[in-house]
Design a protein around this ligand. Structure first.
Ligand code: NAP
Length: 259
């Protein structure tokens, strides 16, 4: 069975991704900071076997937790096929560029950019060890890495500059790792969501409701975690081995410039 690691796979978009990957037949290991939540039991039920879902309590911002996540999955299943760098945080509270402080900057960049950047490095090293010597271009990728960025990688929000910077960084990290890891047989893609209904956006629900009332996007509704999970499922299927570094928008067309 193929093995997927999903950071922040316990709530919101990440939980949608975990559900979809379990249904697609992946064994799934989740990294998140809270004690094991109820959702993990639900995923084990969905999987039909408790040993198909593992939960590691830790932070993607802590490089020691990366090693724990990888060691745990390799010890349990002996392989690694997919990393979904999903975990992310919003600035709390949102603050104008002229007011926002370095604490929020360091926290947001630490979780959203530095963490996934080094988890990608650790994951790739482990995949290369498990893969053994290079034997030429495979019909399917040796492994796939999917980074969750955001429409904020390109759209400015002047009340959360740190978040926008972190997601622009994720977009560049995707290109960097796609170029470096292609010769190892590993492909790297970016999923760029728009406005998805989760705990993260609950704080700004009234703002997004009003934007949707005014016709925010061509597919003019809130996105759902399952919408993002469907894109992960496509990119994780291993059926497009000559593509890497792709940006897949899941935003109802919000990124399309219109006059
Ligand atoms: P969410 O509802 O706040 O869920 C975040 C998930 O990440 C939770 O499972 C949380 O679990 C985990 N998490 C938070 N900090 C962590 C850390 N330091 N280490 C490991 N796990 C951590 O957020 P979401 O809306 O699902 O967002 C998921 C991703 O999509 C994020 O990268 C976000 O930036 C991106 N995104 C979201 C939207 C949107 O509209 N919602 C749009 C574009 C992009 P614990 O609480 O247990 O740690």
């Amino acid at each position: 069975m193929a093995v997927a690691l999903v950071t922040g796979g316990s709530r919101g978009i990440g939980l949608g991704i975990s559900r979809r990957l379990v249904a697609d037949g992946f064994d799934v290991a989740i990294l998140a900071t809270r004690p094991e939540p109820e959702a993990v039991a639900e995923l084990r039920d969905l999987a039909g076997r408790a040993d198909r879902v593992r939960y590691v309590q830790g932070s993607v911002a802590d490089l020691a937790d990366h090693a724990r996540l990888l060691d745990d999955a390799v010890a349990a299943w002996g392989r690694l096929d997919l990393l979904v760098n999903n975990a992310g945080v919003a600035p709390s509270p949102r603050a104008d560029l002229l007011e926002a402080g370095p604490e929020s900057f360091d926290r947001v960049l630490g979780v959203n950019l530095r963490g996934p950047y080094f988890l990608t490095q650790a994951f790739a090293r482990r995949v290369i060890e498990l893969r053994g010597p290079w034997t030429g271009w495979p019909d399917r990728p040796v492994a796939t890495i999917i980074n969750l960025s955001s429409i904020s990688a390109t759209a400015v929000s002047i009340d959360r500059g740190d978040y926008c910077l972190s997601k622009a960084g994720v977009a560049m990290a995707t290109q960097l790792w796609a170029a470096r890891l292609a010769p190892e047989g590993i492909v790297v893609h970016e999923i760029r969501p728009g406005v998805i209904a989760t705990d993260m956006t609950a704080a700004a629900q009234a703002k997004y409701d009003a934007l949707i009332d005014r016709g925010m996007a061509p597919v003019n509704r809130w996105g759902r975690p399952a919408d993002v999970a469907a894109a992960v499922s496509l990119l994780a299927a291993g059926t497009t081995p000559y593509s890497t570094g792709e940006v897949f928008h899941v935003d109802g067309g919000l990124h399309i410039p219109q006059l």
